[in-house]
Design a protein around this ligand. Structure first.
Ligand code: NAD
Ligand code: UDP
Length: 328
């Protein structure tokens, strides 16, 4: 049986990847330190003989018994609330954590795929973003801790590829959403859906003219799976090119939830990218991949997930971080 290590397994994308690889007949080893993840995301895999879990901080030396065919490095705080609250851990997991995992991949002769991000393009001056764009990142701004960790992650991964001949893959993930996101992680979809469900106003940062392009998780996982099994070592954008302004998006969510909430406007966070849309020509060409799930369908599935939460979960403790985040 092929063995795959997935870091960040208790998080949003990591937990979906565990499911996918189990479905494909792999033995999956999930690793996480729960800094932003949730045990509940993996509870359905308890007792599954093809799944094992190791609680571990990947910035510390990693030891795995037996062989490994693949490593997917998805551990990292990923939302603005998280990386502003734990900036040093964010830098460490992208740098030291990635170094440890590359070392492990080398020792095990495993292929490694690392989760990079559209944030490597910063506030982009090229639109839509193609993989050959170098980006526009403020190294010392508040988002720099995330963006530069990911840029370093790409550099060290390419260095291991060139210097050690390691088989590496780099996915540049654009805004992805779906069930198992953390309700109060501050990212725009859980933020707006949580607000609608709690009967609060929807908070738009800035005037809402900034754009994003949202990809449903199943499409994202399919793209990542194909990239891992491809023979392409350079970065590949995976995301949905359907671009929308945050204001139009808030209105869509109000319609979807039927809640009639008001929209209020708050200050735009520093260095918040004004536009974002992936050019996915490369993924189409080398992976034969493009997203299949329409936003209506993906958003409904996501809303149903949040709607099924208990009242207690809807108002739970990390709501305080969220409240501080939207005060602005
Ligand atoms: P998430 O916060 O839900 O998951 C991240 C997981 O990593 C959490 O379970 C967390 O506990 C774990 N983790 C963090 N630091 C760790 C450490 N030092 N050791 C072990 N585990 C650690 O976030 P997500 O949205 O699932 O993102 C997963 C990956 O995908 C991240 O690397 C992120 O940068 C990348 N990404 C996600 C998106 C998106 O839209 N979801 C976009 C771009 C990139
Ligand atoms: N955003 C917003 N209100 C919120 C949360 C986010 O207007 O309550 C905006 C945010 O400023 C950004 C966009 O929505 O312009 C997407 O934010 P998110 O944190 O989801 O992702 P990222 O900025 O990393 O793309």
């Amino acid at each position: 049986m092929r063995r795959v290590l997935i870091t960040g397994a208790a998080g949003f994308l990591g937990s979906h990847l565990c499911d996918r690889f189990i479905k494909e007949g792999y033995h999956v080893i999930g690793m996480d330190n729960f800094i932003t993840g949730d045990k509940k995301n993996l509870s359905h895999l308890e007792g599954n003989p093809n799944f094992e879990f190791i609680e571990h901080d990947v910035t510390e030396f990693i030891s795995i018994e037996g062989g490994l065919d693949y490593i997917l490095h998805f551990a990292s705080p990923a939302s603005p609330i998280d990386y502003l609250k734990i900036p040093i851990q964010t830098l460490k997991v992208g740098s030291l954590g990635t170094h440890n995992l590359l070392g492990l991949a080398k020792a095990k002769k495993a292929r490694i795929l690392i989760a990079s991000t559209s944030e490597v393009y910063g506030d982009p001056l090229v639109h839509p973003q193609t993989e050959d764009y170098y980006g526009n990142v403020n190294t010392i701004g508040p988002r720099g801790v995330y963006d530069e960790a990911k840029r370093f992650q790409e550099s060290i991964t390419m260095a291991y590829h060139r210097f050690h001949g390691l088989e590496t893959r780099i996915v540049r993930i654009f805004n992805t959403y779906g069930p198992k996101m953390r309700l109060n992680d501050g990212r725009v979809i859980p933020a707006f859906m949580g607000q609608a469900l709690r009967g609060e106003d929807l908070t738009i940062f800035g005037d809402g003219s900034q754009t994003r392009s949202f990809c449903y998780v199943d499409d994202q996982v399919e793209g990542i799976y194909r990239l891992l099994l491809s023979d392409y070592s350079y970065p590949v954008n995976i995301g949905n090119p359907y671009e929308i302004t945050i204001k139009d998006f808030a209105e869509e969510i109000i319609k979807l939830t039927g809640t009639n909430q008001k929209i209020i406007y708050k200050k735009l966070p520093q260095d918040d990218p004004l536009q974002r849309q992936p050019n996915i020509s490369l993924a189409k060409k080398i992976l034969g991949w493009e997203p299949k799930i329409e936003r209506d369908e993906g958003m409904l599935k996501t809303y149903n997930y949040f709607k099924s939460m208990s009242k207690e979960d809807l108002h739970k403790r990390d709501h305080k971080d969220f409240k501080d985040h939207i005060k602005r």
